[in-house]
Design a protein around this ligand. Structure first.
Ligand SMILES: C=C1C[C@]23C[C@@]1(O)CC[C@H]2[C@@]12CCC[C@@](C)(C(=O)O1)[C@H]2[C@@H]3C(=O)O
Ligand SMILES: O=C(O)CCC(=O)C(=O)O
Ligand SMILES: [Fe+2]
Length: 359
């Protein structure tokens, strides 16, 4: 049978009790279980005093490849405009996300993600690595959302399925374009990535859509929306509504807020592109903070290779001076590693020689 990302957690279930799903609306003060201190997350403090900001790139700029390459090398992230995704579609996906999270909890629980499942409603998987609870709720789509959407909106599910499908089509094209811009900047071309296919459009790629909701929070400075993590993807393309919250981390700068710019998208380098580029592009550590006055929505398109395809540093980037930093592994194997080692996953696999059998 064709294997998909959905099989990943069958052998790596993660138990996050349903009691972890908070009733945000009734809380006037931050309960202890939501109060984060530097003890709960090594990166909790370290805010930036610098005026550095994430590169903002116009995709119609004649020097776009150089700019993307520079952003990927220095930040592992950037913001884009003129990306070709219709603003009507961005509006639709934001509307879908708002409609989903505004449903009463008992309706959302009908599509709760199973411990060994990938799709559905719940708190982010990374919750299992922390003692404190995150001030957010999420919904993950992998494959067709038809069954879940039918349960959520018996009357309007088809309209919402169409939005997801159209969003995926646009994001897939955009991800392929960004991938070639990034790789092109380091001398990698179509001939070097066989799985990109004859049309070089990465047709076999797989993806997840993660919808996030960060409700209004009574004490935002002591809460955490989504704790610091890197994505396991090749690239992630994120759309955020008009409320700030996303922050990216750079060792020499600290945490930097990515301001919402209407119609723009945020692009993150994920762990698999870091591996593919043999460490040239860092996968960016990022997190979401929360807000006292406004709730925030974000919609992430998590894009990766076919789930069973072996990924390793591109041979062109390896030579006697640049030995391969990582062994070969599939996205599924990497997600399983991430389910155990979380933010230490890259250093965990780095300790294996390229020829070692980890799995
Ligand atoms: C394909 C995936 C990437 C992801 C885990 C997942 O199976 C589906 C959800 C993704 C997400 C979104 C929120 C942050 C994140 C770390 C998480 O807990 O779930 C990412 C996962 C990832 O990139 O590792
Ligand atoms: O909400 C955000 O800005 C970040 C979301 C995110 O990092 C994710 O879904 O992986
Ligand atoms: Fe993320």
């Amino acid at each position: 049978m064709h294997s998909t990302l959905s099989d990943v957690f069958i052998s790596h279930p993660i138990h996050i009790p349903l009691s972890n799903l908070p009733d945000f609306t009734s809380l006037r003060h931050l309960p202890d279980s939501y109060t984060w201190t530097p003890k709960d997350d090594l990166f909790f403090s370290a805010s930036s005093s610098s005026d550095e900001s994430l590169p903002f790139i116009d995709l119609s700029d004649p020097h776009v490849a150089t700019r993307v390459g520079h952003a990927c090398t220095t930040w592992g992230a950037f913001q884009i405009t003129n990306h070709g995704v219709p603003s009507r579609l961005l509006h639709d996906i934001e509307f879908l996300t708002g409609s989903l999270f505004r449903l009463p909890v008992h309706r959302k629980l009908k599509v709760a993600r199973k411990d060994d499942g990938i799709s559905g409603y719940g708190v982010a998987r990374i919750a299992s690595f922390f003692n404190k609870q995150m001030w957010s709720e999420g919904f993950t789509v992998v494959g067709s959302p038809f069954d879940d959407f039918h349960k959520l909106w018996p009357m309007h599910h088809l309209k919402y399925c169409e939005i997801i499908q159209e969003y995926e089509e646009h994001m897939q094209k955009l991800a392929a374009k960004l991938m070639w811009l990034a790789l092109g900047s380091i001398g990698v071309d179509e001939k070097d990535i066989e799985w990109a296919g004859t049309s070089s459009d990465f047709q076999g790629a797989q993806a997840a859509i993660q919808l996030n909701h960060y409700p209004i929070c009574p004490e935002p400075d002591r809460a955490m929306g989504l704790a610091a993590h890197t994505d396991s993807t090749l690239m992630t393309i994120l759309y955020q509504n008009d409320t700030a919250g996303l922050q990216v981390f750079r060792d020499d700068v600290g945490w930097v807020t990515v301001p919402p710019v209407p119609g723009s998208l945020v692009v993150n380098v994920g762990d698999l592109l870091h591996i593919l580029s043999n460490g040239i592009f860092p996968s960016v550590l990022h997190r979401a903070r929360v807000n006292h006055l406004r709730s925030r929505f974000s919609m992430a398109y998590l894009w990766g290779p076919p789930s069973d395809l072996m990924i390793s540093p591109i041979p062109k980037l390896v030579d006697p001076l640049h030995s391969p930093l990582y062994p070969s592994l599939t996205w599924k194997q990497y997600l399983a590693t991430k389910a155990t080692h979380f933010n230490q996953s890259l250093s965990f696999i780095r300790n294996y020689l390229p020829s070692d059998q980890i799995f």
